[in-house]
Design a protein around this ligand. Structure first.
Ligand code: B1M
Length: 217
């Protein structure tokens, strides 16, 4: 079995320490962080996702796999966050109300920090009020919302509306993403930017922050 297959298999079993060790081994073997993430960790999580859908595994198994994934992301963090040009920009990032999925959001944070953005992560199950309060408190230029459920993605409209009601809508860029979210959905709720993955989210945020900076100056 290759090291990447090992990572996928260990993650599926929820063996956090062993998954971390295999991730480190893969990096030591010269396998890229991107490949470790996509062909090892995410591949394993997709297998778990399929089994979860078919009721072959249940929430506890998925939770321990998620714990192994989050623990392994800590090791990958430094390598994924390429030391690019620092872009000034302040982001408030969270998973919307009712939604507890945080792995994608955590990846978005890692990638954005890698672009030099200051990211304030308000966690999961974040209400629109929490987004508004954090945006004010940190003087954010970007509010970024993640959702993994078709039942919670609609909360993103609540965030857009709440930012509007607070008079902040024209002062910041609203980004949305997560598996069920689409470009058409983004437009329909009046958000600004949809991206399909964490790396694209970080690139789009850095660009948006750069143009916000230009507007302020
Ligand atoms: Co949940 N779950 N889950 N789950 N879970 C899904 C999402 C599901 C697709 C599984 C399935 O049926 N196949 C399904 C959703 C169906 C739907 O609505 N369409 C589902 C369900 C139904 C549920 C529950 C309702 C199950 C239940 O209780 N009966 C429940 C809901 C709980 C809640 O949130 N209120 C639930 C619970 C859980 C756990 C708690 C057990 C656990 C989460 C643990 C955690 O996150 N710490 C969990 C997990 C792990 C999954 C799967 C297996 C994996 C999700 C994941 O982390 N993927 C998932 C099935 C799957 O995706 N294959 C599933 C890896 C991660 C890197 O990908 O988060 O998509 P992802 O992030 C991607 C992109 O989406 C994007 O970037 C990342 C890649 O670079 N992205 C952004 C994410 N946010 C972004 C923001 C951006 C831009 C891009 O800009 C701001």
């Amino acid at each position: 079995m290759s090291t990447l297959e090992d990572i996928s298999a260990l993650l599926q079993k929820g063996k956090a320490n062993e998954t971390k060790a295999a991730v480190q081994k893969a990096l030591d073997e010269g396998i890229s962080a991107k490949s470790v993430l996509e062909d090892g960790l995410m591949a394993g999580m997709n297998v778990i996702g399929g089994k979860f859908k078919r009721n072959e595994v249940y929430v506890p198994e998925v939770l321990i796999a998620a714990r192994a994934m989050n623990a392994s992301l800590d090791i990958l963090k430094a390598r994924l966050a390429e030391s690019g040009t620092k872009s000034k920009g302040i982001v408030v990032l969270g998973t919307v109300k009712g939604d507890l999925h945080d792995i994608g959001k955590n990846l978005v944070r890692i990638m954005m920090e890698g672009k030099g953005l200051e990211v304030h992560d308000i966690g999961v199950d974040a209400s629109s009020d929490k987004f508004v309060t954090a945006a004010k408190q940190h003087n954010a230029n970007i509010v970024a919302c993640s959702a993994l459920l078709t039942t919670t993605m609609t909360e993103m409209k609540g965030v857009v509306d709440a930012l509007g009601a607070a008079g902040l809508r024209d002062k910041l860029v609203i980004m949305v993403g997560g598996a069920p979210v689409t470009e058409a959905f983004c437009k329909s709720i009046g958000a600004d930017i949809y991206t399909a993955d964490a790396a694209s989210a970080a690139e789009a945020a850095a660009e948006a922050a750069a143009s916000a900076g230009a507007k302020i100056a």
